[in-house]
Design a protein around this ligand. Structure first.
Ligand code: DUC
Ligand code: ZN
Ligand code: ZN
Ligand code: ZN
Length: 484
């Protein structure tokens, strides 16, 4: 069975051209003029691009006394509805739990995925078992990215000594370090102070995590990564201080990437000051939404190339779950949805406003992350031999975002009421039609795990810190007697 996508404009990360795309089985078989296939999909007036890759989701995540509501079934269905054909979830070992054991749990959870997926590993504790198993995780399980939480003290957080040890191990294995960059000690202090002063509402969540908290941690992680000689990926970059650190590191030749979320690009801190408790609590996530100055910085980073990827941190809790935090903002489960809305929103507010070109859009929603994660050009590419993960985007199709019409399982949408122009006409996931003329028809269990190998030596090149300080004892002519 073959499918041909006809009369569209193919857009890749570096060029656009008129061509048909022929899909045979699960892969792209040909790109060219006047191609024929068993089934024809009419892409007249549309852009034909690599399906979106969301490298940051938490499906059925065990967190803050509950589990995030969208699981691999509803979450990947929502992804496809919004033009995303691959997601990457975070495998989270409990303290003391082995990495391979945790992966087994994530394997079991992900059997009903509608689109392809991969895992990042989280380093939530440190010990000999973690050190040893990291090698198997990279070399046998095909997971080359390891996240470190610098916040969530007493739960997921690791300290600097643990982070440095883990980063060094990753440098050895050709892995990439990832960080949730917030100073967890300061957040804990500020949270306790705010609560003691009677600040219990969701707005206090924002006060407890100012942008300095994120800027400090980003700078620290960059320096530690440099000393360990490992590339660094900073998840959910939300503010100028963090962006500035990433920008500077990149200018210095360090291999550091920043990932803004669609939420931080489009929503601001005023959401926390709504009169309705539920409205504000539903938007509690870490890092919190920021002011317009920070938002502008993130857009500029995407335009200038100092920020590389737009993700969502999709971690959807229902209103009932958010209400665990009535009377104590620190108990509101942190997280918001976005996997279904990332593509239409970024197209509307990025390409629709002239901030991004269609090619830049493809780069930040798909190709850049496929390269960083080592799954390019299997993913993130429209070219012969690539997986047929394809988004046919109709730039004229509009809708108002609403929980009433979403695929996600939660009972609200943080983007409720926002207008988007640019929606999927067709979505193919490894050759299978998942969105047909705007209608979702995906299938649980179709999604497969995507293995990603470690990186070669080029990815280890950071600054020249190591050479400048290579340890060598000085040959001295006089050494004083000890013990005087
Ligand atoms: N931030 C969130 O808001 N939710 C999940 C984890 C995280 O870091
Ligand atoms: Zn995080
Ligand atoms: Zn601007
Ligand atoms: Zn996250």
């Amino acid at each position: 069975m073959s499918t041909v996508i006809k009369n569209g404009t193919v857009v890749t990360h570096d060029m656009s051209f008129e061509a048909d795309v022929l899909v045979e089985g699960e892969t792209i078989a040909a790109i060219g003029k006047n191609l024929d296939g068993d089934t024809v999909l009419d892409a007249t007036g549309c852009y034909v691009m690599p399906g979106g890759i969301d490298p940051h989701v938490h499906l059925e995540m065990p967190f803050m006394g509950t589990y995030s509501t969208d699981d691999f079934d509803t979450g990947t269905r929502a992804a496809l509805a919004g033009g995303t054909t691959m997601v990457v979830d975070f495998c989270l070992p409990q303290p003391g739990q082995g990495l391979l054991d945790a992966i087994q749990m994530w394997d079991n959870k992900s059997t009903r995925a509608h689109c392809d997926f991969s895992f990042h590993m989280a380093v939530t504790w440190w010990g000999e078992q973690v050190f040893d198993e990291m090698k198997t995780v990279v070399e046998e399980r095909g997971i080359n990215t390891f996240k470190h939480f610098m916040a969530y003290k007493g739960a997921l957080m690791v300290n600097d000594d643990e982070m440095y040890a883990s980063f060094q191990r990753l440098a050895e294995l050709g892995g990439i370090a990832m960080v949730h960059a917030e100073n967890g000690d300061v957040v804990a202090e500020l949270s306790a102070k705010l609560l003691a002063e009677g600040n219990t509402g969701p707005e206090a969540h924002a006060y407890s995590r100012p942008s300095q908290v994120e800027g400090e941690a980003t700078n620290r992680a960059i320096m530690i990564a440099d000393m360990a000689g490992v590339p660094l990926y900073v998840v959910h970059t939300s503010c100028e201080e963090s962006h500035e650190a990433i920008r500077r590191a990149r200018q210095q030749g360090k291999r550091v990437w920043g990932e803004p979320l669609i939420q931080h690009l489009t929503l601001d801190e005023s959401e926390y000051f709504d009169k309705d408790w539920d409205h504000s609590a539903r938007r509690v996530m870490s890092p919190p939404f920021r002011n317009k100055k920070h938002q502008e910085s993130l857009w500029h980073g995407l335009q200038a190339g100092s920020l590389s990827v737009v993700a969502t941190d999709h971690c959807a809790f229902s209103t009932d779950q958010k209400r665990y935090g009535v009377g104590d903002f620190t108990k509101i489960p942190n997280g918001t949805g976005g996997v279904e809305d990332r593509i239409p929103l970024l197209w509307t507010q990025g390409v629709g406003t002239g901030r991004l070109t269609p090619e830049e859009f493809v780069a930040v929603t798909s190709t850049n992350i496929a390269k960083i994660l080592n799954c390019y050009p299997k993913k993130g590419a429209i070219r012969e031999g690539a997986d047929a993960d394809i988004l046919v985007l109709d730039p004229e199709k509009e809708k108002t975002i609403s929980a009433a019409t979403q695929a996600s399982a939660i009972d609200y949408n943080v983007f409720e009421g926002m207008q988007v122009k640019g929606l999927p006409r067709f979505v193919l996931t490894r050759g299978q039609l998942a969105v047909n003329d705007g209608e979702l028809q995906s299938e649980p269990g179709h999604g497969k795990f995507v293995k990603r190998s470690g990186n070669g030596p080029v990815n280890k090149a950071l600054s020249s810190w190591k050479e400048l300080t290579s340890p060598r004892p000085v040959e001295r002519t006089g050494i004083p007697a000890t013990g005087v």
